[in-house]
Write a protein that binds this ligand. Structure first.
Ligand code: GDP
Length: 467
């Protein structure tokens, strides 16, 4: 929808959130931005003409009746040194619904059109100021839920992925040159492209693509949060711990074993990492249909989790159910945060016996009931995440979202097929060239050069109006 509107008309929108605030901004972009602003703006001092990249103080006036709407600061930025590469005017007025609404209405009455969601950023993309990965990064920055998510989005905005894709495409173009020269100018045997070098080049490109696909998985905890599963036998205190970590009542806490039959998920921000906590039904054998569903879901979530919080009840002896859970957890080979709950009541389990039995050193003694030991346990969670290489991995993390990953997989399949067919001597050089060009076009979708319009529409429609 957004693409099919004229990118040359003048658009306007409120660029700040609705609600009461110190200031609010109405943004205008397009060739009519300056004349529209001059019609409704009266500077306190100086000539009415606007100068580029200067802030003016004055009032917004309704040109019809001369009524003053608000006291404002007005910034005019002439093309092309602007976000959209068009003329832009930003009117900073008092925050709050009415001043913003009335100024926007005035601007629209002067001939501007109300911007669609993401249309300013779309213009930045269409004008070539940013590529598609950077436009997506703008969206990620707006929607970032943690410091780490923000850091990754900012890396993308700086062009982290763009550089990788450019390098990859350069390498493929380098392979194409001798192949196309041979097809176009020569039929001589000795001018044949060097098969070994082409194969090695394709393998190198494939390795880069595989590394980028893997980067998608690595970045997942930053984008979508670390999935932490809280497991332990019924009544160990999982729901109480979840509530304690979240500091509010979410899961229903009861003394009847097996009440958490569903998986409850809540988000927690720990040192800038989003942790998605999942309270699981016990991993024991289900006794009825409702439990069966809960247990199935719990096993699935355990497989998907990045981190396991294992809750043990220190006031009771270990039993077979505990041991079955230990085995299930150990089998996953994921970072584990072992906790010994209920330290506020007399212990039954000795820590040393437990360490001997499970092999997990340093369990965190806590009381989900009183809150004792919870802060140390939270620090332990962050450390386990770091130790699990979820954080501070080797080298800089390259931001690869799901869309990028799916495109990369398609490019990988094309290159894979060329290699297989060439090995079987079935692929003539002209077809090899066509296939390499196809891979290049697919990779172009990532940065937005060859992206289908529907995909662009979907991406920009996720933005808010005014961005
Ligand atoms: P879940 O089945 O593992 O989710 O366990 P719950 O969180 O429902 O807790 C089971 C029972 O243990 C409830 O009666 C809780 O009040 C109690 N409980 C949980 N944590 C503690 C704790 O640290 N100390 C004590 N004394 N009781 C606790």
């Amino acid at each position: 929808m957004v693409l099919r509107v004229d990118p040359q008309d003048t658009i306007a929108a409120i660029a700040t959130p609705y609600g009461e605030s110190g200031i609010g901004i109405v943004r205008i972009s397009g060739p009519e931005a300056a004349p529209i602003a001059e019609n409704i703006f009266r500077p306190r001092r100086g000539a009415p003409q606007l100068c580029s990249h200067q802030i003016r103080y004055g009032e917004v006036i309704d040109p019809k009746g001369g009524e003053t709407i608000d006291e404002v600061l007005l910034t005019f930025m002439a093309a092309p040194r602007t976000y959209t590469r068009q003329d832009i005017v930003e009117i900073s007025c008092h925050g709050g619904f009415w001043p913003l609404k009335r100024i926007l209405e005035l601007v629209l009455r002067q001939g501007a059109r109300e911007a669609l969601p993401g249309e300013f950023t779309k213009r930045a993309f269409l004008s070539g100021r940013i590529d598609l990965t950077q436009a997506e990064a703008v969206l990620d920055i707006i929607q970032a839920r943690t410091d780490e998510g923000l850091r990754l989005a900012e890396e993308q905005l700086r062009g982290g992925l763009t550089k990788e894709i450019a390098g990859l495409r350069e390498r493929l173009v380098g392979l194409l040159v001798p192949i196309e020269a041979f097809i176009d100018f020569s039929e001589e045997e000795e001018d044949k492209p060097p098969l070994g070098a082409v194969t090695a080049g394709l393998r190198g490109a494939l390795a880069t693509i595989e590394r980028l696909i893997a980067a998608h998985e690595e970045g997942e905890p930053y984008r979508d949060g670390v999935r932490a599963a809280i497991v332990g036998k019924a009544n160990a205190g999982k729901s109480s711990l979840l509530n304690r970590l979240l500091e509010r009542e979410r899961a229903i806490v009861t003394a009847i074993p097996g009440t958490t039959t569903d998986v409850i998920e809540e988000a927690l921000n720990l040192s800038g990492v989003l942790i998605r906590l999942m309270d699981m039904a016990g991993l024991r054998e289900p006794r009825n249909e409702v439990e069966q569903e809960g247990v199935r879901l719990a096993r699935e979530r355990l497989a998907e989790s990045h981190l396991i919080i294992l809750v043990m009840d220190r006031s009771r002896p270990l039993d077979e159910e505990d041991r079955a859970i230990f085995r299930a957890v150990a089998a996953r080979g994921k970072p584990v945060v072992p906790v010994l709950n209920k330290v506020d009541i007399p212990p039954y389990l000795a820590e040393t016996a437990l360490i001997r039995e499970t092999g997990w050193s340093h369990p965190y003694p806590i009381s989900a009931l009183t809150g004792e030991g919870i802060e140390e346990m939270k620090r332990g969670m962050v450390q386990a995440i770091i130790a699990g290489r979820l954080k501070q991995g080797e080298g800089e993390l390259i931001p690869v979202n799901l869309r990028h990953k799916l495109v990369l997989e398609r490019a990988r399949d094309v290159l894979d097929k060329i290699l297989v067919n060439r090995q079987q001597e079935e692929l003539p050089w002209d077809l090899t060239a066509i296939e390499i060009r196809r891979a290049l076009a697919i990779l172009g979708e990532i940065v937005g050069e060859t992206t289908p319009e529907e995909v662009l529409d979907t991406i920009f429609s996720q933005f808010c109006i005014g961005k």
